[in-house]
Design a protein around this ligand. Structure first.
Ligand code: NDP
Length: 249
């Protein structure tokens, strides 16, 4: 059995890791919903690339942190493209700063997008998955959720929270053959990390046994594995894609 012809939704699919996941799933014959919040141009470019490569997909704009927007969008996707069978909770932001100076709003924004967004989208998708007795939910965490990082208490908390969300959902949905897993990337070359100075990048590379930052495609490969039938007996797990930077569980 393959996942060809199934419908996926990738939150934050317009750029970076999400874009690579969209391309990879489309190459497996999945119909890919590309979610974005503001950058329509990037989302359109991702869709055009999918179509150039012979795949199919569609755009869906909504803010993952907006409960009613999420509900409406999933309803619309179900009506127009079929229910979401593979959900990749990838949308994420950073608002860095040392705890002593971090504003409450920076905490709220990061938790709302990175953690609550995954809760809202999963909630919107899970009923149909349970009814169909098949589904895949893949949450994009981060090595920072496992190691912590000075200047990122908000981001580390959200990313660690995703691991707890994953394990609890995995237990709840397993009786209906819906699997829920995490992918925890290390440092990946995207817009999110492009602002890091050369000196910081060198310091990061020194902590990575494989010696380089990763690519969005490295992460997409792990997501594709978890979405496919080969991972049918895996749930509640985290795949670490970090060049060896963190080797724990
Ligand atoms: P980018 O900054 O390159 O892209 C972020 C994506 O998220 C964009 O598609 C953006 O949409 C979307 N997005 C942001 N906020 C919202 C929202 N409220 N609702 C819907 N979509 C939203 O990020 P990366 O590709 O680097 O990161 C993707 C995920 O991987 C994130 O969860 C990140 O935390 C995680 N990660 C990244 C690492 C890295 O080194 N890059 C390392 C570990 C984890 P739009 O284009 O419209 O702005």
């Amino acid at each position: 059995m393959t996942i060809q012809g199934k419908t996926a939704l990738v939150t934050g699919g317009s750029r970076g890791i999400g874009r690579a996941v969209c391309l990879r799933l489309a190459a497996m014959g999945v119909v890919v919903g590309i979610n974005y919040v503001g950058n329509r141009e990037a989302a359109e470019e991702t869709l055009a690339t999918i179509k150039d490569l012979g795949g199919s997909g569609f755009l869906c704009q909504f803010d993952v942190a907006d409960a009613s927007g999420v509900q409406e969008s999933f309803k619309q996707i179900g009506a127009e493209h079929g229910v979401v069978e593979i959900l990749v909770n990838n949308a994420g932001i950073t608002r860095d700063g040392l705890m002593a100076r971090m504003k409450e709003d920076d905490w709220d924004k990061v938790l709302d997008t990175n953690l609550k967004g995954a809760f809202l989208c999963s909630k919107a998708a899970m009923r149909a998955m349970m009814k169909n007795r098949w589904g895949r939910i893949i949450n994009i965490s981060s090595v920072i959720g496992f190691l912590g990082n000075a200047g990122q208490v908000n981001y580390a908390s959200a990313k660690a929270g995703l691991v707890g969300l994953t394990k609890s959902m995995a237990r709840e949905l397993a009786p209906r053959s819906v699997t829920v897993n995490c992918v925890a990337p290390g440092y990946i070359v995207t817009d999110m990390t492009s602002g890091l100075g050369e000196d910081i990048q060198q310091a990061i590379k020194a902590q990575i046994p494989l010696g380089t930052l990763g690519t969005p495609e490295d992460v997409a490969a792990a997501v594709a594995f978890l979405a496919g039938e080969d991972a049918a007996y895996m749930t509640g797990q985290t795949l670490h894609v970090n060049g060896g930077m963190y080797m724990g569980n």
